[in-house]
Design a protein. Sequence first.
Length: 317
Amino acid sequence: MIVTVTLNAAIDRTLTVPNFQLGQRHRASQGLTLAGGKGINVARALKLLDIPVVATGLAGGLTGTRIVEELTSEAILNDFVRIADESRTSTAVVDPTTATYTEINEWGPHVEPDELAMLLDKISYLARGADMVVFAGTLPRGVDDSFYADAIRELNRRHVRTVLDAEGPPLRLGVEAEAFLVTPNQREAEGLVGQEFRDDEDYLMAVDRIADMGARNVLVTAESRSFGLFREDRKRHRFRALVPRIEPVSAVGSGDVLLAAFIATRLGDRSFEESLRHAVAAGAASTLEVGAGRFEPREASRLTKKVDVRELEPVAS
């Protein structure tokens, strides 16, 4: 079983608006409402892959009630801590004519110390039967940057594998806490190592540096390629995976699907190379769908053959 943790859960509203222009009145051709937040998106994709998953986190007010109701309607098992402040809503406008999207995200709720303590107790309880705990997304107001790191250290002491998908100081502190797997996107990884990436050597330098900071395994995702560093038999193995060329509808949540597919394939005892191939294919397939965490598994299987994965040598010092 996988446990996904979303502190800043949301109701995500995605509107499809052809020829979207700022300052103009539009009528959406399609609308989709889902429970959202990175951990919830991962849970949704794991459910599509038939992996047992429980989503937990914080849910507040009427929006929090809606989040739980939406998850239940999707048959995604969930066990959220109810808080006093209102959970956020997010709106994305997708323009299929230009393959662009515009996001408007509310601030998350303010979280009180006793509410956070209840969530930690919940995570501790759920982790007893978990193969892995995934911490994903931004932290709401009132939550210290060290929250993920502290939770990761506690689960490490209990020999529970942890995954972290975050940014900024929470990502850095979680890496230093020795998360089992960290999955920053290009921008987040650049912020972590302090430089921009222009070629394969920059990415390879980055995954090595992030591993040196404490992460056991590293997966950096970008629009056209992904790079992974995975430890096995006391060795570091570095891979590059090229994303197949397709015409995307929306890239929102593609990284969450990629992470879910990687976890699912590794749980099936597939090699790192094969897991990365399936993960990148699933992430690519998700760009053909509107709504984060959604994809067609058959389309992902078709794209798997088009993913070029190669093991690379480390960058010479």
